[in-house]
Design a binder for this molecule. Structure first.
Ligand code: SF4
Length: 333
């Protein structure tokens, strides 16, 4: 993608905070899972979201699906005539939004009911939302989306236990797409699969994106997978975004010290590559009591004294990239 398309989803200072009650930490402790995140997800893009476990990736995806409570800011969804602000979405419109935005689950083994046939699993969202007039219409839609997901139509009468992980994930994908969404959150959707099957599912997602004009938020801890499929990547650390860039730009010239550390940890296939992995010291701090100033300063290998005092905000860093670091220019190279 060269020119950035108009956003399908826009986050404006989105926060997801969970009050922990008065007895914890001697006061009104709050877990700041997402803290004032602003981001545009262009229409038709495959948008990657990466970060360590506990960074807030999954919560962010769920907030966009209205499956996590929005404590502050806005989530706008705009597709043609349809426009919603999810922070203030009336209940009556939630059902309509559910048709337009869906989740592909992480674990294809846990996501499918063992007591339902594949046909019934895929048909359930259509029936719950009352999107088809009768069983024939439902069956026709199920067969159509199953074929697009390259499922054998003979298998629709079987139960999930008869299938491998890759086939189960195709069933999960068909179920997520059966209502005709425009936006899909894929949360670690290939993480539980063998590497050979991962490539197969990623190719399927990319071809569905083109065929069905979908926009993906692809959440993953695996940067080599993200490099392979995504158009843009946003990097999360402790509930905030530290860098957003077109994928090639991010991998060729990471600007944020955290992004650099994540990338340096990817194993290289080049035997001549003697680059040293830049190990991040320590654990991700608690989102209940995040570090002052730059949240990364307690682990940043190039932190300076004032980094604990001043909060960096995302700023334009050229070539479509934005970075939240006071010293990204000094640290280039
Ligand atoms: Fe490191 Fe300071 Fe940049 Fe934060 S602002 S990433 S601590 S150099």
């Amino acid at each position: 993608m060269n020119e950035m398309a108009s956003p399908l989803v826009s986050l404006d200072t989105l926060s997801v905070h969970y009050p922990l009650g008065r007895r914890l930490l001697g006061g009104n402790a709050v877990l700041k899972a997402i803290d004032e995140v602003s981001l545009d997800i262009p229409k038709g893009s495959f948008f990657g979201l990466v970060g360590e476990s506990g960074s807030g990736k999954t919560t962010l995806g769920r907030a966009i699906l209205k499956a996590a409570p929005i404590s502050g800011g806005h989530v706008r969804f705009a597709d043609g005539e349809v426009e919603y602000d999810l922070a203030h979405l009336p209940k009556a419109q939630l059902r309509d939004y559910r048709k337009r935005a869906q989740l592909i689950f992480q674990d294809p083994y846990a996501a499918l009911s063992p007591r339902m046939t594949v046909r019934d699993i895929i048909a359930e969202p259509l029936e719950v939302m009352g999107l088809t007039a009768n069983r024939d219409e439902t069956d026709a839609r199920v067969r159509e989306i199953a074929a697009k997901c390259r499922l054998n139509l003979e298998h629709l009468r079987r139960f999930p236990h008869a299938f491998s992980g890759g086939q189960r994930q195709r069933i999960s994908i068909a179920r997520a797409l059966v209502c005709g969404p425009k936006f899909v959150v894929a949360d670690e959707s290939v993480a539980a699969l063998d590497v050979s099957i991962q490539a197969d599912i990623l190719n399927l997602l990319k071809s569905l994106q083109r065929d069905l004009d979908l926009t993906f938020l692809f959440i993953s801890h695996d940067l080599s997978v993200v490099a392979h499929v995504c158009d843009y990547v946003a990097v999360m650390y402790l509930g905030t975004l530290v860098e957003i860039a077109p994928t090639r730009e991010l991998f060729e010239q990471p600007r944020h010290p955290y992004t650099k550390a994540l990338l340096s940890a990817i194993p290289s296939l080049d035997p001549d590559d003697t680059g040293q992995a830049q190990r991040l010291e320590g654990e991700v701090p608690s989102p209940v009591d995040p570090p002052s100033g730059c949240r990364f300063h307690t682990r940043c290998p190039v932190a300076r004294p004032d980094c604990s005092q001043r909060v960096p905000h995302l700023e334009d860093a050229g070539d479509g990239a934005r970075v939240a670091c006071h010293y990204w220019k000094e640290n280039l190279g």
